[in-house]
Design a protein around this ligand. Sequence first.
Ligand code: FMN
Length: 172
Amino acid sequence: MRILVLNGSARPDGGTAAMAAAFARGARGAGHEVDVLDVARMDIHGCTGCEFCHTRGDGTCAQRDDMDEVYPLWDAADMIVVASPIYYGSFSGQMHCLIHRTYAGGIPRRCKRMALLLCSGAHGVYDNAEGIYRGYLQGYFGAEDCGIFEATTSEARSQAMAKRLESFGASL
Ligand SMILES: Cc1cc2nc3c(=O)[nH]c(=O)nc-3n(C[C@H](O)[C@H](O)[C@H](O)COP(=O)(O)O)c2cc1C
């Protein structure tokens, strides 16, 4: 299976990166082809709402930036994993920009499975991010939700979480 992991944190040593890396280790160990994109380190601008994509663009975005690298992976992935820090009760801004820019191509062509990895400062702050995931991503795509993992920064970096996510990746 081709798996695309979108890491929305800019902190290489942060909790989100640790969760994404543990998942990727497990999935690669099980023979899956895994791409991890550090979304927050890429040059991805916000959607301008020009609607070029839904008119003359025929599904392509008018903007040229690092989304050009994302679109082919988005469409080739059998599974997409969204990994994000919680900022103001939602995904990071960089992750929001990426999600908005997928408005151009719409539903990913092959994606049948999804998972969500969230890292936050406090407990119990995940409802909005889960709502976006269920309403605009996994549910909208008709993909199976394979799992939602939520952790505070220290939990996300713990051995226990690494083990859980490695096992999850390996179980796919
Ligand atoms: C701009 C900003 C907004 C944040 N908003 C929240 C929040 O609403 N709720 C929360 O529990 N933690 C919040 N945090 C804390 C982060 O979620 C926490 O530091 C988390 O570890 C970040 O993920 P990372 O370690 O992968 O970078 C915020 C942090 C930043 C920088």
